[in-house]
Design a protein. Structure first.
Lengths: 186, 175
């Protein structure tokens, strides 16, 4: 029922830092998320891309040193395509993703709290409909828990390094087209 | 300060992901905790409904529990609360976001229905895909997972399509 206490504390501390960062990034806001989808405000993209560029280098260094392992999900096409479409549709209507909706509850936003309630019900439907969903989930190819380096037979450092460089260049260009919008909006 | 540079925040999340791999050997994720909470609730309230799910998870040695990620979600709530309190960036009196108001009017009830339905559909998608913006689009993409590299563009395109469908180009003047 419970993980060991140390793990629980580590999770809590990680979450506090994550929630603090999401709130300071101004992304626990409907306006910011929809602003990204409408290609007006690129705050979400800037945060995610930077996190990926910084994260991929460090995590792959840890894996190379044997200090951590890769933890990924299976590349079931039906799962990621059906799930990805539902996720995108729901996200555009709600205007907050799972992490930012919890952060928006921390900001005291009523609509976020009701959306989180909807999320809980959605998770409940997944659990209750587990058997019924299996035929859909198994309707397309599943490539397993595979990474792009494994899938293509190329070295991970090439991907991690290349990705970080590509993101850095893309963000430099993006910053010229869509400069920082630091002012907090309602 | 209410807002930090998105690059500073992004770098912070990136470094945080190193720390989660180093300290807990886990990537940041949110929605598995919701699945586990819902499963534990159903197990208590209506065990027959949850049984096929619980059996399958028990076989994979992944039975629902209060774990590292569950506490992470609690932490997000606390961290965002602390941050918003410190900088006075609390929820505004206005209960309906300006863009939503421009399309659906200023009734909070209509907004609440939208939030509930949107949240429900989003979470159902997240659990089918086994990840969300955090678990797939950040953690999975940075780990170079094939699943996540498909999920991220699919959800991005679906979200953009729905956003433009609902609000159109004129919506851009409200964000």
């Amino acid at each position: 029922m419970f993980d060991e206490p140390l793990k629980l504390v580590l999770g809590l501390v990680t979450g506090i830092v994550f929630g603090f960062l999401l709130q300071k990034g101004q992304v626990a806001k409907f306006q910011k998320i929809l602003g990204q989808f409408l290609l007006k405000d690129f705050t979400v993209m800037k945060i995610m891309a930077t996190a990926i560029a910084v994260g991929t280098i460090g995590v792959h260094a840890l894996v190379a040193m044997g200090a951590a392992e890769i933890h990924i999900q299976t590349a079931s096409l039906a799962r990621v395509i059906v799930g990805g479409v539902l996720f995108g549709v729901g996200l555009a209507i709600f205007g907050l993703c799972p992490g930012t909706s919890v952060a928006a509850c921390g900001e005291g936003r009523r609509d976020a709290m009701i959306g989180v309630l909807g999320m809980f019900v959605g998770a409940g439907i997944y659990v209750a409909a587990f058997s019924a969903l299996q035929p859909i989930i198994k309707s397309m190819a599943d490539f397993g828990k595979v990474t792009l380096p494994q899938f293509t037979g190329t070295p991970p450092w090439l991907w991690a390094g290349g990705l970080a460089v590509v993101i850095a260049i893309a963000l430099a260009i993006l910053e010229r087209v869509h400069p920082k919008q630091l002012d907090a909006e309602p | 300060m209410k807002a930090w540079s998105p690059y500073l925040v992004g770098a912070g999340i990136g470094v945080l992901s190193w720390l989660t791999f180093a300290t807990a050997n886990k990537p940041i994720g949110i929605t598995t905790a919701f699945e586990y909470s819902a499963a534990l609730t159903e197990q208590a309230a209506a065990p027959r409904i949850a049984q096929p799910y619980l059996d399958a998870k028990a076989k994979d040695n992944k039975s629902p529990k209060i774990d590292w990620e569950w506490m992470l979600v609690v932490g997000v709530l606390i961290g965002a609360y602390a941050s918003s309190k410190l900088s006075g960036d609390r929820a505004p009196e206005e209960k309906v976001p300006p863009l939503w108001r421009s399309r659906f009017g200023d009734s909070p009830r209509v907004r609440y229905v939208g939030a509930f339905v949107g949240g429900l559909v989003m979470m159902l998608g997240a659990r089918i895909a086994q990840g969300c913006t955090s678990g797939h689009a950040i953690s999975g993409v940075l780990q170079l997972a094939l699943a996540s590299w498909i999920f991220a563009p699919v959800m991005g395109i679906a979200g953009m399509a729905v956003a433009f469908l609902i609000y159109g180009k004129e919506g851009r003047s409200h964000v």
